[in-house]
Design a protein around this ligand. Structure first.
Ligand code: ADP
Ligand code: MG
Length: 560
C-alpha cells in the first residue's frame, strides 16, 4: 500500500516559489549549494543522533554526498546517507514554511523585485531554489533506523501541489532528482557541476563524490572521485586561506549573497583550546529586530557539528555576528541545557565578545569609511551593548556614534572621543539632549545658550539613547550632563560684560518672577531667571535628579 496523496502547498510556499524563480535568475546555480548544504546538515544530524544510538548507522558509517547527472534523461541527482525523513517530516519540512523567520520574511516583502531578491539572499533560499532550474523535482527519502519499506517519495512541479507516497528504499538518507527545464542544459556537464561544487561547497567537510568523467574504457566500472577539498576551513592556517575562500564560507554559514564586512579567525590556546572564525556581515538582516531572530554561532566540537544558533556563545547585542566556534575540550554530547550553565562556555563567550569588539575597534581606527558603513547598519544594536554588557562598557562606549549640534543632518558621525577632543577650555561635562525625534532635539530651545557659547551637544533620539546618561555616568573622566536637567553652570563661558547684563535683567525681573511663582506655585517647583535662552521666552526643565521628560514618556508608554 503506497498510500499516495496529492497535497497543496501552503499559500506562502507558492508565493515563495514565484518570487524565487523571478529573483534568483542571475544566481541560478545556488540550487546546488542549497541541496549540498541540506545533505551536509542531514549527515551532521545523523552523526549527532548516532552518538546516543549507534544502530542508526545501519552498518554504513562512511558519510558521503553524491552528485550525478544524466544527459539523456536531463536530470541531476543529489544523494546523501544522512538522517532522512519519514512521511510526516517530509510534509512538515518540504511542503510548509514552518520557520517563524519565513513568516517575518513575507511580512517584509516590498513588491520591488530587486529589493525582494536581496531579501531572499539574506533569508536563505533552501530547498525551493531547485525550481529555479527544474520543472519537476522528485525526492526519495528514508529515515535512519526505519524499515526499508518506509521510504517516501515526494514529487512536485512547483505549481502549488505535490504528491507523496510510500516506496521501498534500501539505503537510508535522501536522494533528490531535478528534471531540468528545457533551457538549463548548462548544468548537464561534469565540468560545470564540479566548478559549482568547488565554488560553493569546498569547505563542506564531507566528501562530495562524482563519477570520474568521460573517457573510460568500455565495460569498465565507473569510479567515483572526491570533488571538494573536504576540510574545515577554520582548521587551515590563515596564511593559506584566500579572501575569496573566507567570503564563500561566510555565504555558506550566513545564507547571504553579499560578502562580509570583516572577519576574525584565530586559534585560542590556554586553559581551553578552541578556534574562532567570526564574521561581521555587511548588511543588517531584515529580521534583526524581531523577537524570533535566531542568533548565535555554529558550534562544533572537534570538528563535529553540534548545533546552529548557539545563542549562549554571543551576547544578544552581537546577535548579527555569524561564524563558527570549534572547541577541543567540550564533551560531544553538549546540549542547549548544558550550554546554559557551563563555565567553559562562559569563558569562550567572554573571549569571543572581546575579539569581536576588538575587531570593530580596529575597523574604527584603520578604516573610518568601513566603520561608518558598519554603524549605519548595526549602530542601533550596538547601543544595546551599553545596557547588556557592563564588563565591556568602556570599549563599547568608544565604539558609539552620535549626531551632535555640529553634525550635518541626522548622521550619527561623532564618537565620544571626538566630542571630548573638541571640548572648550574649562568644559568638564559632555552635554546631551534627549528627545523623541531628531527634529525635536535639533530645534529644542534648550540648545540656544549652548549654541551661543559654542558648546557642542549630543542630540539623542534613538529609543536606546535615553539610557545613555543613566548607564554611562562619565566618559574619559568627563561627566555626562543632560541639558534638560537642573541648573547648568555655564558662567565659566560668560565674560564680565555679560555677567553685568545678566544681573541687571535679574533685578528688573524680580517682580515678574515673584508674581509667576505665586500663580504657578501649584504646578511647578520653582521659577528661575535663565540665561540659557536667546530667542524663546521660557522653557521647562527638570531637577538635576529628576527623570528626563522623554525618558519619562518612554517608560510610561512601556507601562512602567
Ligand atoms: P533549511 O535548510 O534552512 O532548514 P531548506 O528549505 O533548505 O531550509 O530545508 C527545509 C527542511 O527540509 C530542512 O530543515 C530539513 O528538515 C529538511 N531537509 C531538506 N533536505 C534534507 C535532506 N537532504 N535530508 C533530510 N532532511 C532534509
Ligand atoms: Mg537548507
Amino acid at each position: 500500500e503506497t498510500h499516495k496523496e496529492n497535497l497543496g502547498f501552503q499559500a506562502e510556499v507558492k508565493q515563495l516559489l514565484d518570487l524565487m524563480i523571478h529573483s534568483l535568475y542571475s544566481h541560478k546555480e545556488i540550487f546546488l549549494r542549497e541541496l549540498i548544504s541540506n545533505a551536509s546538515d542531514a549527515i551532521d544530524r545523523l552523526r549527532f543522533d548516532a552518538l546516543a544510538d549507534p544502530s542508526l548507522y545501519e552498518r554504513d558509517a562512511e558519510f558521503k554526498i553524491h552528485v550525478a547527472y544524466d544527459k539523456d534523461a536531463r536530470t541531476i541527482t543529489i544523494s546523501d546517507n544522512g538522517i532522512g525523513m519519514n512521511r510526516q517530516e517530509v510534509i512538515e519540512h518540504i511542503g510548509t514554511i514552518a520557520k517563524s523567520g519565513t513568516r517575518e520574511f513575507f511580512k517584509s516583502l516590498t513588491g520591488d523585485k530587486q529589493k525582494d531578491a536581496n531579501l531572499i539572499g539574506q533569508f536563505g533560499v533552501g530547498f525551493y531554489s531547485t525550481f529555479v532550474v527544474a520543472d519537476k523535482v522528485t525526492l526519495t527519502t528514508r529515515r535512519a533506523g526505519a524499515p526499508e519499506t518506509e521510504g517516501v517519495r515526494w514529487e512536485s512541479e512547483g505549481q502549488g501541489e505535490y504528491s507523496i507516497e510510500n516506496v521501498e528504499k534500501p539505503t537510508r538518507g535522501t536522494s533528490i532528482t531535478l528534471h531540468l527545464r528545457p533551457d538549463e542544459n548548462e548544468f548537464l556537464s561534469g565540468h560545470r557541476l564540479r566548478e559549482i561544487i568547488r565554488k560553493y561547497s569546498d569547505h563542506i567537510m564531507l566528501p562530495i563524490l562524482m563519477q570520474k568523467d568521460e573517457a573510460t574504457e568500455e565495460g569498465k566500472e565507473q569510479e567515483d572521485e572526491v570533488v571538494n577539498r573536504a576540510s574545515a576551513l577554520w582548521t587551515r592556517p590563515k596564511s593559506e586561506i584566500t579572501e575569496q575562500e573566507y567570503n564563500e564560507f561566510y555565504q555558506h554559514v550566513a545564507h547571504d549573497f553579499t560578502d562580509p564586512l570583516a572577519h576574525f579567525h584565530s586559534k585560542m590556546e590556554g586553559t581551553q583550546e578552541y578556534t574562532l572564525l567570526l564574521y561581521v556581515p555587511s548588511q543588517a538582516p531584515f529580521d534583526l529586530w524581531t523577537r524570533e531572530y535566531h542568533h548565535g554561532i555554529k558550534l562544533y566540537v572537534r570538528r563535529v557539528f553540534i548545533m546552529d544558533d548557539a545563542e549562549k556563545l554571543m551576547p544578544r547585542y552581537l546577535r548579527f555576528i555569524r561564524g563558527v566556534i570549534d572547541s577541543n575540550d567540550l564533551p560531544l554530547n553538549v546540549s542547549r541545557e548544558i550550554l546554559q550553565q557551563n563555565r567553559q562556555i562562559d569563558q569562550i563567550r567572554s573571549n569571543a565578545t572581546k575579539k569581536v569588539l576588538g575587531l570593530l575597534s580596529d575597523i574604527m581606527k584603520n578604516d573610518p569609511e568601513k566603520y561608518e558603513h558598519f554603524w549605519t547598519e548595526f549602530g542601533r544594536v550596538m547601543k544595546e551593548g551599553l545596557l547588556e554588557d557592563r564588563a565591556n562598557r568602556e570599549t563599547i562606549a568608544k565604539l558609539l556614534r552620535f549626531s551632535t549640534t555640529l553634525s550635518a543632518g541626522e548622521k550619527q558621525d561623532t564618537s565620544l572621543e571626538t566630542y571630548v577632543s573638541r571640548m572648550k577650555d574649562g568644559q568638564d561635562s559632555i552635554y546631551y539632549l534627549v528627545a523623541d525625534s531628531h527634529a525635536a532635539a535639533k530645534n529644542s530651545p534648550l540648545l540656544e545658550i549652548f549654541k551661543k557659547k559654542g558648546l557642542e551637544v549630543l542630540l539623542l533620539s534613538d529609543p536606546l539613547d535615553h539610557f545613555l546618561g543613566t548607564e554611562l555616568a562619565e566618559f574619559d573622566g568627563k561627566k555626562l550632563q543632560s541639558v534638560s536637567k537642573g541648573e547648568i553652570d555655564l558662567s565659566k563661558f560668560t565674560d564680565e560684560k555679560e555677567k553685568e547684563e545678566q544681573q541687571k535683567t535679574a533685578d528688573e525681573a524680580k517682580d515678574l518672577l515673584d508674581r509667576l511663582k505665586g500663580t504657578l506655585s501649584e504646578r511647578v517647583k520653582d521659577v528661575r531667571i535663565t540665561h540659557r535662552l536667546t530667542s524663546s521666552p521660557a522653557c521647562l526643565v527638570v531637577d538635576q535628579y529628576g527623570i528626563d521628560p522623554s525618558l519619562k514618556r518612554l517608560l510610561e508608554a512601556s507601562g512602567q
